[in-house]
Design a protein around this ligand. Structure first.
Ligand code: C2E
Ligand code: MG
Ligand code: MG
Length: 665
């Protein structure tokens, strides 16, 4: 208890007055007072003194004045009253509320002592209650999503109880704007004694932010064309399945890849919009067919992935087989889009999880299985087997070795002469790559070019090849054989690059080979792939003076349109047709037609794969210009090619010339 100075003063006054009364009053009044009276008197006096010292009675006006004076605040007489305090508080509050109302932010202010909430105008707007918001949380709660209500109630009660701030996201139905997402913040206001006097907070409409966030999440995990889950989501999910199967050895799931056969044909014949609708329809059919707990995703252009979860081990293979074939026949049903009908065929790869420790391994096996299915022909369903896995591992190893080979420049070129059929002089050479592997010796291109194309390694490999070929041809030119050209095979991936023209002109500049001494061979298939882009690239190269040759002619689309449109100089008739001439009537007819077509279009014609005298005579009779084949020579190392050039510069090249040269390939 605090004994203030004024209390001591009061005490002293009581003591003095009591003594004075006891001493003077009886004498003054001439009274004789008995002992009982005195005893009562002193008890009363002691009580009064104690009351004066410890009592809490006061004169209100006097104390207020005194307290404020203690803090040296000048207070005008009679102006500080309880009534004035309340008035001031009310004024402050209404000032605060006016501030809240003009602010762009939405505020709320809860006074726990009266249980009322003040809402700023913006807050009323955000909550959007029909018929006014009132002065409680009731309207806010009634508009709130049911699942968010309890969370809000609990959060705010806890915040009030523990006098702490909070921040909470809720969703509500705004009467005008519909569903909104709000961020509600609350901050406790405490008085000097630490008692909660109010909770002031803000409301933030975060609907736009939430929608953007949702759109972002959606686009991260969805394919925008079909609305299905995308590759990213699929792989993340697959990863979870692999982990589950690792933790629970009895858990079975299957991975299926579905690939539309010859989808490019649909794109080319019907256009992109139609092809996109086909993809949507295939996606819909897959979703309709697969059970709800399966996952269907579009994982690449025309490739879809399915995860069949939690499979029953009993009769698994049989059940899965019948399911997969059913699905395939469902996908084969005619697709009718706005009256235009198309029949699809799909290839499928099926892998049941067994001992896959990581998702990359599983996907690599599924990829290889699908490739196998495609190789086996259109509409094949291929189930994964350990043999396929073995192959996948080998391919993986090959890829790593190929990367090393590029790094250490293990590729060499051999050159096969191309001879003029009438003069029997060498017109040029085709550069053919060989991989001189430290471990495995000479490897033919068929064993690594497809892999290099698939992995994109062909691009860096192709640049090395082009540089070597140009450097060799430059040596021929420098030796005085100004018209000899070198033909270099260019793959589709190389042609699809944006900087093909720059790359070729850079290599030509570096090796200082005149452009007319370079022929680029591209296959018919490559030429047709992205026809507009290819046309531009070809035109650029042709303008530079580089010759363009179409390789393996007759195996692709053999379209007359592109032969006329592209700046093509040479047609190479594929060796598969030459093989049959002149005995096989079909091949002979095709070879005749190709030669006729080439001559009509004024193109130079090369027949490749000429092995016999009969073939040579036939081609000469039909008017073919140049021949390439074992009949004259197999591919030669560059020094032998140089020897051939020098030796037969002014003489006819004999048949099987490589026998006369030193090294054979
Ligand atoms: P291609 O461009 O059609 O090359 C002709 C292939 O036919 C060569 O096989 C050649 O050795 C072979 N050949 C030539 N004359 C005869 C013959 O009389 N009989 C038989 N049976 N075959 C003959 P190679 O060298 O194995 O090349 C195969 C394919 O590999 C090439 O076909 C080409 O598509 C690709 N290739 C070769 N080198 C390169 C290269 O540097 N870059 C790219 N991208 N592909 C290449
Ligand atoms: Mg070629
Ligand atoms: Mg060829």
């Amino acid at each position: 208890m605090i004994i203030r100075p004024y209390k001591i003063l009061r005490f002293c006054a009581v003591v003095v007055v009591s003594i004075l009364v006891a001493v003077f009053v009886p004498d003054f009044l001439g009274l004789s007072i008995n002992a009982v009276f005195w005893a009562c008197y002193w008890v009363f006096a002691v009580l009064m003194a104690a009351l004066a010292l410890f009592g809490r009675f006061r004169f209100r006006k006097y104390r207020a004045h005194k307290m404020l004076n203690d803090f040296e605040v000048p207070v005008p007489e009679l102006s500080v009253t309880a009534f004035d305090h309340q008035k001031e508080a009310r004024e402050k509050e209404s000032l605060l509320q006016s501030f809240f109302n003009v602010s762009a932010e939405a505020y709320w202010d809860f006074n726990p002592s009266i249980g009322k909430v003040f809402w700023s105008d913006r807050a009323v707007q955000i909550v959007g209650v029909e018929g006014g918001i009132g002065d409680s949380f009731a309207s806010l709660l009634s508009n709130m999503f049911e699942s968010d209500r309890d969370v809000f109630r609990n959060t705010i009660s806890e915040a009030l109880e523990q006098k702490k701030g909070f921040s909470l996201e809720v969703r509500l139905h705004n009467a005008i704007q519909g569903m909104r997402s709000l961020l509600i913040n609350g901050n406790p206001q405490l008085n000097a004694e630490g008692h909660l006097v109010r909770m002031i907070g803000t409301l933030l409409d975060i609907s736009v932010h939430k929608t953007t966030q949702r759109d972002l999440v959606y686009s991260i995990y969805h394919d925008s064309l079909t609305g299905l889950k995308n590759r990213r989501f699929f792989l993340e999910h697959l990863d979870e399945e692999v982990i589950r199967a690792t933790n629970r050895p009895d858990y079975l799931f299957a991975l299926i890849f579905v690939d539309i056969d010859r989808f490019n044909g649909i794109n080319d014949s019907f256009g992109h919009d139609f092809a996109n609708n086909v993809l949507r329809e295939v996606g819909d059919r897959l979703v309709r067919f697969c059970s709800d707990d399966s996952l269907v995703a579009r994982i690449d252009g025309d490739e879809f992935g399915i995860i069949l979860k939690d499979l029953d081990g009993i009769k698994l293979n049989e059940n899965l087989k019948s399911m997969v074939y059913n699905l395939q026949s469902r996908l084969k049903h005619e697709i009718d889009i706005d009256g235009r009908k198309v029949l699809l065929n799909v290839s499928m790869a099926v892998v049941i999880n067994s001992g896959f420790k990581d998702v990359e391994d599983l996907v690599a096996c599924a990829d290889t299985t699908l490739k196998q299915a495609k190789k086996n022909g259109s509409g094949t369903v291929q189930f994964f087997s350990s043999g396929i896995r073995q192959k996948a591992m080998e391919l993986y190893r090959l890829e790593i070795e190929l990367r090393k080979a590029i790094l250490y420049q293990e590729f060499i070129l051999v050159y096969q002469p191309i001879v003029n059929i009438r003069t029997r002089k060498v017109s040029g050479f085709e550069a053919l790559v060989r991989w001189n592997s430290a471990e495995r010796g000479f490897i033919p291109p068929s064993d690594f070019i497809p892999m290099a194309e698939e992995t994109g390694l062909i691009v860096s490999m192709g640049e090395q090849i082009l540089r070597m070929a140009c450097a060799t041809a430059k040596a021929w030119v420098d030796a005085g054989h100004k018209d000899l050209w070198v033909a270099v095979n260019f793959s589709a991936k190389q042609f699809a690059q944006d900087n093909v023209k720059d790359e070729v002109s850079r290599v030509l500049a570096e090796t200082r080979l005149p452009p007319k001494n370079l022929k680029l061979e591209i296959t018919e298939y490559t030429a047709m792939k992205d026809s507009e882009k290819i046309e531009d690239v070809m035109k650029d190269l042709s303008k530079m003076g580089v010759q363009i040759s179409i390789d393996d002619f007759g195996t692709g689309y053999s379209s007359l349109i592109y032969l006329k449109r592209y700046p093509i100089r040479t047609l190479k008739i594929d060796k598969s047709f030459i093989k049959g001439v002149p005995t096989d009537p079909d091949n002979t007819t095709i070879a005749k037609m190709v030669i006729l077509m080439g001559k009509t279009l004024n193109l130079e014609l090369i027949a490749e794969g000429v092995e016999t005298r009969e073939q040579l005579d036939f081609l000469r009779a039909e008017g073919c210009d140049l021949i390439q084949g074992f009949y004259y020579s197999k591919p030669l190392f560059s020094h032998d090619a140089m020897r051939l050039i020098e030796r037969y510069a002014n003489k006819s090249v004999p048949y099987h010339v490589e026998g006369a040269l030193l090294s054979k390939v």
